[in-house]
Ligand binder design. Structure first.
Ligand SMILES: Cc1cc2nc3c(=O)[nH]c(=O)nc-3n(C[C@H](O)[C@H](O)[C@H](O)COP(=O)(O)OP(=O)(O)OC[C@H]3O[C@@H](n4cnc5c(N)ncnc54)[C@H](O)[C@@H]3O)c2cc1C
Length: 490
């Protein structure tokens, strides 16, 4: 039985551990932190429970499919589909609910923006076509293996892409492509999807237009028990399959000999393994764990995705106008991205995202109260300064735009900064999604899942192919496991 050492128990590492153990391998997960989950960990503050990282759950089939690999040993996991993805609030008082039902969405576009909804609905159709045309090529396989480009496979992908070509704006830029929605506020709304992988809609390629299909076409979901239920399901399934977990065990070195990995070193002890999967960020993997190996400098120097400052507030207020996901827009959206990517700072008037998990998981807050996750985008590596001032500005914006005096209703608080995210999860510069996707070539510049030089070394997680966010990390685990079966069979 081949022995696999997985570094890190983020969603990518956990899903890879489940798949490898289900395939009959002997798996040990090394986790630096005292708990599993990485960015998806949770926090209890008094009567409130918070998910520390992700709040949006899409493409749930990727998780259920991963769990199903374990057959009867799969831990239970359940979730529900939401009737809307987000409530949007503009500074001029416009409000918009992004309903999941197309008829309702169409009526809402007419009501909120006084326009014919046809261009916006057409835009969504293009997003769906683009997604279907490219998912097999860019998301569901490695881009770096000869086998992905075998004529039969490549021709099938190209055939799909050709059929969906009117939805493939290969040379355009996202903000300009989104002008087709027919209204500046809808253009802004569609631009926001660039932030789903921490990118800048005013520079990112229009190919990112496929992202809205995940929400509008496939739907948004909420796990029963909150986002942490995802970690629990993966962790318990892994345990049921016999995976060993070494917590409080940072890996200090990946051991190699004669061009292949031989194990890992943690706490000064050597652990032998035939396969090492790094679920840690790729930059520290090279810089700290493989200091003697040549590092892929071009990849490691790529521009990082955004980070964030997150306020976790226990708020004693019913907040009837707020749903699970809410966006309070910046007055000047382009200026926000100029601040993030050019000036290296947080905009004076940032867009504020409010997630209230207790809307779908009521036991996470006392009755009549909510567990507010309030986030503003921040540059990766932002040196925390003026947190008090930022808090005041965010509170004032919420008061102004929703009428809720949140400062007066907050019972408890916890804050995470880019620095905290970096130190708690090992994420380079605290970036949420690894490198940004601001260039047409970005997809090709993410690190590969199987190392070319060291036999038995693999990479998963948000900093490598196919990208960050829960769905892509789960896809990365699937790709990596398939590569392991191909190149390092039992
Ligand atoms: C605030 C925030 C909001 C987000 N919102 C969303 C969202 O709404 N939806 C969504 O899909 N995604 C969201 N994301 C992104 C998503 O959380 C990540 O893309 C994903 O969870 C990353 O998983 P990962 O597998 O890369 O591992 P990570 O979660 O990055 O975990 C890596 C793990 O490796 C461990 N580790 C690192 N180095 C070592 C070492 N040397 N030895 C042992 N262990 C090590 C770390 O301790 C950590 O546990 C958000 C992220 C954050 C932070």
């Amino acid at each position: 039985m081949s022995a696999v050492a997985v570094i890190g128990s983020g969603v990518g590492g956990l899903a890879t551990a489940v798949r490898a153990a289900a395939a009959g391998r002997d798996v040990t997960v090394f986790e630096a932190a005292p708990e599993v989950g990485g960015k998806l960990r949770q926090l209890h503050l008094g009567d409130y429970r918070f998910d520390l990282g992700p709040s949006l759950f899409t493409w749930p089939e990727l998780l259920t499919e991963t769990l199903a690999r374990a057959g009867e040993k799969a831990a239970p996991f359940s979730y529900g589909k939401l009737d809307r993805s987000c409530h949007y609030f503009w500074p001029d008082g416009t409000r918009f609910t992004a309903w999941s039902d197309r008829e309702r969405l169409s009526e809402e576009i007419e009501r909120a923006f006084g326009m014919d909804p046809a261009p916006a609905l057409e835009h969504l159709d293009r997003s769906a076509e683009g997604f279907e045309a490219t998912r097999g090529l860019f998301l569901e396989q490695s881009l770096h293996e000869g086998s992905s480009w075998k004529p039969s496979k490549a021709l099938a992908h190209l055939g799909r892409a050709w059929r969906g070509r009117r939805a493939l704006p290969l040379t355009r830029q996202l903000n300009r492509w989104n002008a087709r929605t027919g209204h500046p506020k809808l253009q802004q709304l569609f631009n926001r999807y660039a932030t789903y992988n921490g990118s800048d809609p005013y520079r990112a390629p229009a190919m990112l237009h496929v992202i809205p299909h995940l929400e509008f076409g496939m739907g948004t979901f909420a796990p029963d028990g909150g986002m942490h239920a995802i970690v629990e399901a993966l962790h318990h399934t892994a345990l049921n399959l016999g995976v060993s977990f070494e917590l409080n065990s940072p890996v200090e070195r990946i051991l190699t000999s004669g061009g292949q990995v031989t194990g890992v070193e943690s706490g000064g002890r050597q652990h032998t393994a035939d396969i090492v999967v790094s679920g840690a960020d790729v930059t520290p993997t090279y810089r700290r764990l493989l200091p003697d190996q040549p590092a892929p400098e071009r990849i490691l120097s790529a521009e990082s995705s955004t980070s964030g400052v997150i306020f976790y507030w226990g708020v004693r207020h019913p907040a009837p106008d707020l749903h699970l996901h809410n966006i309070l827009w910046a007055e000047d959206y382009p200026a926000e991205f100029h601040a993030l990517f050019e000036a290296g700072t947080i905009a004076d008037d940032p867009t504020v995202y409010i997630n209230i998990g207790s809307r779908t998981s009521p036991s996470d807050a006392p009755e009549g109260a909510g567990n507010w996750f309030v986030m503003v985008n921040a540059p990766a590596g932002w040196e925390t300064a003026g947190l008090e001032d930022l808090r005041r500005r965010v509170q004032a914006k919420i008061h102004r735009m929703t009428g809720i005096d949140v400062a007066a209703c907050t019972e408890c608080e916890h804050v995470l900064t880019p620095d905290d995210i970096a130190s708690r999860t090992g994420s380079h510069l605290g970036a949420l999604y690894g490198p940004a996707s601001n260039k047409p070539t970005s997809a090709f510049l993410r690190h590969r899942n199987r190392d070319r030089r060291l036999r038995g070394l693999y990479f998963v997680g948000g900093s490598v192919h196919p990208g960050g966010g829960i769905p892509l990390c789960l896809l990365g685990a699937r790709i990596t496991s398939e590569l392991m079966d191909q190149h390092d069979p039992q």
